[in-house]
Unconditional design. Structure first.
Length: 99
Protein backbone atom coordinates (compact mmCIF):
# COMPACT_ATOMS: atom_id res chain seq x y z
CA UNK A 1 0.00 0.00 0.00
CA UNK A 2 2.79 2.38 0.85
CA UNK A 3 4.47 1.78 -2.46
CA UNK A 4 1.30 2.63 -4.48
CA UNK A 5 0.76 5.78 -2.51
CA UNK A 6 4.34 6.87 -3.04
CA UNK A 7 4.02 6.25 -6.75
CA UNK A 8 0.80 8.31 -6.95
CA UNK A 9 2.39 11.21 -5.11
CA UNK A 10 5.42 11.07 -7.39
CA UNK A 11 3.29 11.05 -10.55
CA UNK A 12 1.07 13.86 -9.28
CA UNK A 13 3.98 16.11 -8.34
CA UNK A 14 5.69 15.39 -11.67
CA UNK A 15 2.53 16.30 -13.56
CA UNK A 16 2.09 19.51 -11.57
CA UNK A 17 5.71 20.47 -12.09
CA UNK A 18 5.42 19.85 -15.84
CA UNK A 19 2.22 21.88 -16.08
CA UNK A 20 3.78 24.76 -14.17
CA UNK A 21 6.91 24.73 -16.31
CA UNK A 22 4.95 24.64 -19.57
CA UNK A 23 2.42 27.28 -18.62
CA UNK A 24 4.77 29.87 -17.12
CA UNK A 25 7.50 30.21 -19.75
CA UNK A 26 5.62 30.50 -23.07
CA UNK A 27 3.17 33.19 -21.96
CA UNK A 28 5.91 35.63 -21.01
CA UNK A 29 7.85 34.91 -24.19
CA UNK A 30 4.81 35.18 -26.45
CA UNK A 31 3.83 38.61 -25.11
CA UNK A 32 7.27 40.04 -25.82
CA UNK A 33 7.49 38.50 -29.28
CA UNK A 34 3.93 39.53 -30.10
CA UNK A 35 4.48 43.10 -29.05
CA UNK A 36 7.60 43.23 -31.21
CA UNK A 37 5.66 41.98 -34.23
CA UNK A 38 2.88 44.50 -33.57
CA UNK A 39 5.44 47.27 -33.32
CA UNK A 40 7.03 46.21 -36.59
CA UNK A 41 3.67 46.11 -38.34
CA UNK A 42 2.81 49.53 -36.91
CA UNK A 43 6.09 50.94 -38.26
CA UNK A 44 5.44 49.34 -41.65
CA UNK A 45 1.95 50.83 -41.80
CA UNK A 46 3.23 54.26 -40.81
CA UNK A 47 5.93 54.11 -43.47
CA UNK A 48 3.34 53.11 -46.07
CA UNK A 49 1.08 55.99 -44.99
CA UNK A 50 3.94 58.43 -45.30
CA UNK A 51 4.76 57.12 -48.77
CA UNK A 52 1.14 57.51 -49.91
CA UNK A 53 0.94 61.02 -48.45
CA UNK A 54 4.14 62.06 -50.23
CA UNK A 55 2.70 60.64 -53.46
CA UNK A 56 -0.50 62.66 -53.04
CA UNK A 57 1.45 65.85 -52.44
CA UNK A 58 3.67 65.14 -55.43
CA UNK A 59 0.61 64.46 -57.60
CA UNK A 60 -1.00 67.77 -56.55
CA UNK A 61 2.13 69.70 -57.43
CA UNK A 62 2.48 67.86 -60.72
CA UNK A 63 -1.13 68.59 -61.68
CA UNK A 64 -0.78 72.27 -60.79
CA UNK A 65 2.35 72.53 -62.94
CA UNK A 66 0.65 70.65 -65.75
CA UNK A 67 -2.39 72.96 -65.74
CA UNK A 68 -0.17 76.04 -65.64
CA UNK A 69 1.97 74.80 -68.54
CA UNK A 70 -0.84 74.73 -71.16
CA UNK A 71 0.82 71.80 -72.99
CA UNK A 72 -1.79 69.25 -71.93
CA UNK A 73 -5.54 69.24 -71.49
CA UNK A 74 -7.14 69.08 -68.05
CA UNK A 75 -8.03 65.45 -68.68
CA UNK A 76 -4.41 64.59 -69.48
CA UNK A 77 -3.26 66.38 -66.33
CA UNK A 78 -5.84 64.46 -64.33
CA UNK A 79 -4.59 61.17 -65.77
CA UNK A 80 -1.00 62.11 -64.90
CA UNK A 81 -2.10 62.82 -61.32
CA UNK A 82 -3.88 59.48 -61.11
CA UNK A 83 -0.80 57.70 -62.40
CA UNK A 84 1.44 59.40 -59.85
CA UNK A 85 -0.92 58.48 -57.01
CA UNK A 86 -1.14 54.88 -58.22
CA UNK A 87 2.66 54.61 -58.27
CA UNK A 88 2.75 55.92 -54.69
CA UNK A 89 0.18 53.29 -53.65
CA UNK A 90 2.24 50.53 -55.25
CA UNK A 91 5.38 51.78 -53.51
CA UNK A 92 3.50 51.84 -50.20
CA UNK A 93 2.31 48.26 -50.71
CA UNK A 94 5.85 47.12 -51.42
CA UNK A 95 7.15 48.94 -48.38
CA UNK A 96 4.44 47.46 -46.16
CA UNK A 97 5.03 43.93 -47.41
CA UNK A 98 8.78 44.29 -47.22
CA UNK A 99 9.36 43.54 -50.92
Amino acid sequence: MDRKRCLRVLVATSALAALFALSAAPSAYAQTEGSERRGERRDDRQGARDTRQEGREEAREEKAECKAGDEKTRAECRQDKRGTKQEAREDAREEKRGD
